[in-house]
Design a protein around this ligand. Sequence first.
Ligand code: NAD
Length: 290
Amino acid sequence: MIKNIVVVGSGVMGRGIAYVGALGGYAVTIVDINQHALANAEGEIDSIITKGLDRKKITQKVAEEVRNHLYYETDLKKAAKTADLVIEAVPEVADIKKEVFKTIDENAPSTCYFATNTSTMSPTEIASYCQRPERTIAMHFFNPVHKMPLVEIIRGLETSDETAEVIKNVAIQMGKETVVINEFPGFVTSRISALVGNEAFYMLQEGLGTPEEIDKAIKLGLNYPMGPFELVDLVGLDARLNNLKYLHEKLGEKYRPAPLLEQYVKAGRLGRKSGKGIYDYTDKKEQVKS
Ligand code: NAD
């Protein structure tokens, strides 16, 4: 029975996963190596709670329960010792994930399940970083986690039926819909999203239109709720670039990252989280600065 969840990484995704976990009644410890990121995550979660109260989506009692269910920690070894489930949400970089899985494998109880929130990487490969591949799976949440209804659950080669069932029930307890699929790089959602987003950068690079025009065309012409540039600013341009690099390596040429995307990342324009991506969020007017 899952009671204690450890979320590793308190960035855009980790803090959202921690919030829906606490909302689902789990005791959630958020772990990050960066104290500043942890403080930031606490502030962001508080803002989700405040907005939830203002919009009457949650009651005062639920808000209190969520706050009481959340713990913040920098020591992963300590946090892992009492975990029933660890959900990894560190950057999409194999070496970083490998280090995290090694640490949790050495410190978590043998009954603990491991999930990765990777957008693109192989859960079988990630499971090979630890000694319990049958208890390891991908649990792919979407951004912003508290609003997006889906969790894409991806089984690795050795993931057991029991693990898939347990993780599906955890996602449901967190208020989410699920699809359970077999692994292939990029799964369903990231493959499509990476292609559309990359193509938009090629269009911008070719001078086809402004980001606003391209976003408007996709939203009103294709009925997407967000334009590709609005979405990549939310996802993080660095996260998107890492996804594309991985898909390019695994699936070939059609995923080669657009040079303009690489240039934005080099310039530190990472999206909403850095204050500036395709659009500028520093004055909150979200003007285009390209
Ligand atoms: P992020 O860069 O916003 O946050 C990552 C956090 O991990 C940072 O706070 C960093 O300090 C922390 N971290 C780094 N190394 C660590 C370690 N060894 N131990 C503990 N914490 C560590 O990243 P993100 O956008 O939240 O992405 C996390 C994962 O979720 C990635 O695998 C990404 O592909 C996936 N994902 C992202 C999105 C999205 O929209 N951003 C959507 C779905 C899945």
